[in-house]
Design a protein around this ligand. Structure first.
Ligand code: CO
Length: 210
C-alpha cells in the first residue's frame, strides 16, 4: 500500500494531466495571476474545503483557515491575508464560514485541558461567555453546540468589522462581510444573514475616524 503522502503526489499528477486534457492552457492561464472576488475565512477541518463545497475553481476564492474560523485582532497571519485580499486583490466579499460539528467548538465547550490549543480555544470560550444566557437556556447539548457554532461566526464577522482594514473598505463602499455555516450532514451552507456593509452596524466605540 502506498504511503499517504505518496498517494497525494500521484493524485496531483493525475489531476494535472486531467486538467490539461480539458484545457491545454489551464495552467498557463492560472499563472497569469489571480482575481478572486471573495476571501474565505474558514475552519482548518479537512472536511470543509472552500473550493470544493462552493463548486468554485482555482483562482476564485482567496482562503484563510484556522481552528474554528476565528478572527483575532492580533493575529498577524489573518490580518496580513485580510489586508492583502482587501487592499491589493480588492475582493468584494469576506465570508466567515463555520461548520456544525466543529471540533474546535466542541473542545471549547468542554473543560478539558487541550494543551497549547487552550490559548486559541479561549477565543471561543469568550464567545460562549458573552452569550451564556442564551446558550444555557438550550437544554439539548447538540443544539447548544450548534448554536455556539453560529454565534461564533456572528462574533467573528463583528471582529472583522472592528478592523480598520474593513472600515476603510466600507468608506469606499467596496466590501460586504458575511457569516455562513456549513452543514456536514447535508453538504449545505446556511447564510446567517449577518451581512454587513456599513459602519452603522457597529458599536460606536469600535468605529475609527477615517
Ligand atoms: Co472546525
Amino acid at each position: 500500500m502506498k504511503r499517504s503522502y505518496e498517494r497525494l503526489l500521484q493524485g496531483n499528477k493525475n489531476w494535472a494531466s486531467e486538467k490539461l486534457k480539458q484545457n491545454p492552457n489551464y495552467f498557463k492561464d492560472l499563472a497569469m495571476g489571480q482575481n478572486p472576488e471573495c476571501l474565505w475565512i474558514g475552519c482548518s477541518d479537512s472536511r470543509v474545503p472552500a473550493n470544493e463545497i462552493t463548486g468554485t475553481k482555482s483562482g476564485e476564492i482567496f482562503v484563510h483557515r484556522n481552528i474554528a474560523n476565528v478572527v483575532v485582532h492580533t493575529d498577524m497571519n489573518l490580518l496580513s491575508v485580510l489586508y492583502y485580499a482587501v487592499e491589493v486583490l480588492h475582493v468584494k466579499h469576506v465570508i466567515v464560514c463555520g461548520h456544525y460539528g466543529c471540533g474546535g467548538i466542541i473542545a471549547a465547550l468542554s473543560n478539558k485541558d487541550n494543551g497549547f490549543s487552550n490559548n486559541w480555544l479561549r477565543n471561543i470560550k469568550e464567545v460562549y461567555d458573552k452569550h451564556s444566557n442564551e446558550l444555557e437556556a438550550i437544554a439539548d447539548p447538540k443544539e447548544r453546540e450548534n448554536r455556539l457554532v453560529e454565534l461564533n461566526v456572528v462574533e467573528q464577522v463583528m471582529n472583522l468589522a472592528k478592523t480598520k482594514i474593513v472600515q476603510q473598505a466600507w468608506e469606499r463602499r467596496e466590501l460586504q462581510i458575511h457569516g455562513w455555516v456549513y452543514g456536514m450532514s447535508d453538504g449545505l451552507i446556511k447564510d446567517l444573514h449577518v451581512m454587513h456593509d456599513e459602519i452603522t452596524d457597529l458599536s460606536p466605540i469600535f468605529r475609527y475616524e477615517l
